[in-house]
Design a protein around this ligand. Structure first.
Ligand SMILES: CSCCC(=O)C(=O)COP(=O)(O)O
Ligand SMILES: [Mg+2]
Length: 244
């Protein structure tokens, strides 16, 4: 029998920016527990929050993105949202509406977040050593904040200083989004490192001059993907980050 020891990766950075699904947290949990929570709540949410500006914008954007007629009904829009959910299409209007629904679910203690066992100890250690921690996820900032507040290990929001989503920063597969985040954080690109499970996100961050670290976790959608020249690990336990 052969055994392989993972190669530890040592990095120096001012800020670690975290992807969530597939990196800190299991896709199966998000696509299972969280999506199941959102599905039956989409139609009543649209109906009951029709006057909310963010909901109205998401509704209009969903009509455009799904190529629905301008007078599409709430039922038509929900059918498009559900189809996106079934294929895990990370459409911004879907993420806005899911995020609002989940935020309420977290506040009501009807859902909690989930992290791989190797993640939270490292977040505490890096935060304690002065490394800034931020998030860049397709999940909306409205859902990112309670994701860290209502963790199974208590409130982790004190560890995270900045949150970015595709509304604030732009698409995760576009290098310009990483330039926007670097400017917002006041860091030089090389002072930042992006952790992600997605090859195109890793390529985009790298193109913007960031350090990158790819996560290839067994059982996750991008396990075994080709990350080009990027260093690859399977666990936060294999990573050391010192403050640059
Ligand atoms: C904040 S929990 C919900 C996360 C989510 O909806 C999502 O799509 C995560 O995708 P990521 O960009 O973090 O891979
Ligand atoms: Mg991801």
């Amino acid at each position: 029998m052969t055994s392989s020891t993972p190669t530890p990766v040592a990095l120096a950075a001012r800020t670690v920016v975290l992807d969530l699904e597939g990196t800190t947290s299991a896709a199966g949990f998000i696509l299972g527990d969280l999506y199941d929570y959102a599905r039956p709540r989409l139609l009543p949410w649209l109906q009951e929050h029709a006057d909310d500006e963010e909901v109205a914008d998401a509704r209009a954007q969903a009509i455009t993105d799904a190529e629905l007629p301008p007078d599409a009904s709430d039922e038509d829009i929900v059918a498009a949202l559900l189809a996106w959910m079934d294929s895990d299409v990370k459409a911004t209007p879907l993420k806005t509406l899911q995020g609002q629904i989940w935020a309420e679910g977290f506040e009501r203690h009807e859902i909690t977040s989930q992290f791989f066992d190797d993640v939270i100890p490292k977040l505490h250690a890096w935060h304690a050593s002065g490394v800034r921690l931020a998030v860049f996820s397709s999940g909306s900032v409205t859902s990112q904040r309670p994701w860290f507040k209502y963790s199974p290990e208590g409130d982790l929001s004190g560890l995270i200083t900045d949150y970015f989503d595709t509304v604030k920063a732009g698409p995760k597969k576009a290098a310009e989004s990483y330039r926007t985040i670097a400017r917002a954080l006041g860091d030089e690109p090389g002072q930042l490192v992006f952790f992600s499970d997605h090859p195109e996100e890793i390529a985009a961050a790298s193109h913007a001059g960031w350090q990158v670290l790819a996560f290839s976790r067994e059982g996750e959608p991008w396990f075994g993907a080709d990350f080009g020249d990027a260093p690859v690990v399977g666990s936060f336990a294999d990573v050391e980050v010192s403050r640059l």
